[in-house]
Design a protein around this ligand. Sequence first.
Ligand SMILES: [Zn+2]
Ligand SMILES: [Zn+2]
Length: 361
Amino acid sequence: MTRAAVLTSTGTPLTIEEIDLAPTGADQVRVRLHATGVCHSDLSIVTGALGHPLPAVPGHEGAGVVTEVGAGVTSVRPGDHVILNWTPSCGACWFCAKGEPYLCDRAGADAVNAPYASLGGTRLTPVLGSAAFAEETLVLERAVVPIPAGVAFEVAALVGCAVTTGFGAAVNTARVQPGDTVVVIGCGGVGLSIVEGAKYAGATTVVAVDVTDDKRALAADLGATHTVDGTAADVERQVRDLTGGRGADHAFEAIGRSATIRTAYRVTRRGGNTVVVGAGRHDDLVSFSALELFFQARSLIGCVYGSADVARDFPKILGLYADGALDLDRLITKRIALDHVNDALAAMAAGEGARTVIVFE
Ligand SMILES: [Zn+2]
Ligand SMILES: [Zn+2]
């Protein structure tokens, strides 16, 4: 038995339940979670904005210690510290062979369909194959990446989603270059990590746009050269004024809404990149005129999991953190117990704070 936060139907609070984990399969590992970040995608699954088979255990930004491995597992042993990887790529499909494991054909279905757990005889699905809102989880071997034992679990957890997504958006997806100008719209855990990634890549102007004062202040502390209040009527003009009147080389949208995607597109310079990092609703349509798509010559780029190869990028990011090149501690704005996960989701819905981390005793 393990304690887990279960989502039975969308729009209702998670309930803390004692669930039964399935026996560990040959290609699976059990992980005792030490820290799990509360990500916006979890909120979207709880509200129903993102569809997922239910009942389910959310949480996909986790780190912990391997407690048991299946007979065929070779990459980790009990006692190893790991970060969960929510796109457990197969290594064999067309996308994996092409070096795009974040687009793996099989990761999603394999992760959700693997044996996981039940509650009162009813099968539970592990959200994104992770189910990290729980004291212990059961995942595929390829859903864990070992890390050095000295890394703080709270930081490691954030590397599992927000940091890799944001850092990767700047470094892998947009390939920000020294001297570039960058705008980041939405400064939660992902947006702040884009700010840090852009700074690391050598951007000289980084404009952070957010509706809350505290997140703009945090963005400035983490490397944004300018901040703009997202509630202002003239956001576009302010960004243009800060980017030579042309707009930015790269505009990142880290919210997942049509209106802010339009804003990001309009504050991108002609020929620049508009990068959609936020996961929005399937029915939230964005409009572009046929003329502007041609004439503005902007690239509109979707970014999944920071276009990361996690086996390469988790260690790279942790190395930069160890060297002091990335400040990941300040992304954590609150620590809670699992029992308070609904409060964390409510705070996130209200736009409060950067990242809340569930810390397990
Ligand atoms: Zn996430
Ligand atoms: Zn694959």
